[in-house]
Design a protein around this ligand. Structure first.
Ligand code: G3P
Ligand code: CA
Length: 241
């Protein structure tokens, strides 16, 4: 078996991102893992949502941080994608973890704290993981190096530094933050990054890989994880190896 397939925001090419239909599909399509984004509401409830604003994927405008959880549950997070998904709601981290509890899926929670530095997001997320006792199945990631550093000091849960920025000492840098894994944008998959990560015992996962040619290259290079909107397509390509 090659690298693990992570359904990016769920099976987000087939259903509205970060919603239960997208997560359900990822599970049915036999993805190994689900990647999703965590932010905080005004009343500090962790919810799964990618953009800092509601505008693109709901019927409301404004920042997610300015709405209470109760207000957010009333929004439609599905109809932007297709009429078929009218009435689909924003999901809380708690409801997601309840759903995933009995399923053999790994979970990558991306703490979306590089544009808005949600205070204590790390603590709130860690407390919930502890409540569900899911430490072994979770990978925490962030584009925010300070958050990765904080997490590494607070927990033994696998923590990944996420980046799209090129630098020659990337693996070393991620390790210096205390990260145990590195999640890179596909364009950074060059040079000897695979060897470097292997030498330093850092799992290397790549996002967001949707094209056949790119998927083939990731499996050929034996990346540890491939974060993709099309887990079904990734499965077919992995089966070629
Ligand atoms: O976790 C990988 C990927 O999701 C990071 O980028 O913008 O899709 O959250 P983004
Ligand atoms: Ca993400």
């Amino acid at each position: 078996m090659g690298g693990k397939i992570f359904a990016h925001r769920g099976a987000s090419q087939l259903a509205p991102e970060n919603t239960m239909p997208a997560f359900e599909l990822a599970y049915q399509l036999k993805a190994d893992a689900i990647e999703t984004d965590v932010q905080l509401t005004k009343d500090r409830i962790p919810v799964l949502f990618h953009d800092i604003r509601l505008n693109r994927t709901t019927n409301q405008k404004g920042y997610i941080k300015d709405f209470t959880y109760e207000q957010l549950t009333k929004l439609d997070a599905g109809s932007w994608f297709s009429k078929k998904y009218i009435g689909t709601s924003i999901v809380s981290l708690e409801d997601f973890l309840k759903w995933v509890e009995d399923k053999p899926l790994m979970i990558n929670l991306e703490l979306k704290n590089h544009k808005i530095a949600y205070k204590h997001l790390e603590e709130i997320v860690l407390e919930m993981i502890e409540y569900f006792q899911m430490e072994e199945r979770i990978i925490l990631s962030s584009f925010n190096p300070a958050s990765v550093q904080r997490l590494a000091k607070m927990t033994h849960i696998q923590t990944a530094f996420l980046t799209s920025k090129r630098r020659t000492d990337l693996v070393e840098y991620a390790q210096s933050l205390g990260a145990t894994a590195l999640h890179i944008q596909y364009r950074l998959l060059r040079g000897n990054i695979v060897e470097q990560s292997r030498n330093r015992n850092m799992p290397l996962r790549v996002y967001t890989v949707n094209k056949r040619r790119q998927l083939l290259r990731c499996f050929q290079k034996k990346c540890d994880g491939i974060i993709t909107d099309v887990p079904h397509k990734a499965q077919r390509i992995r089966n070629l190896f």
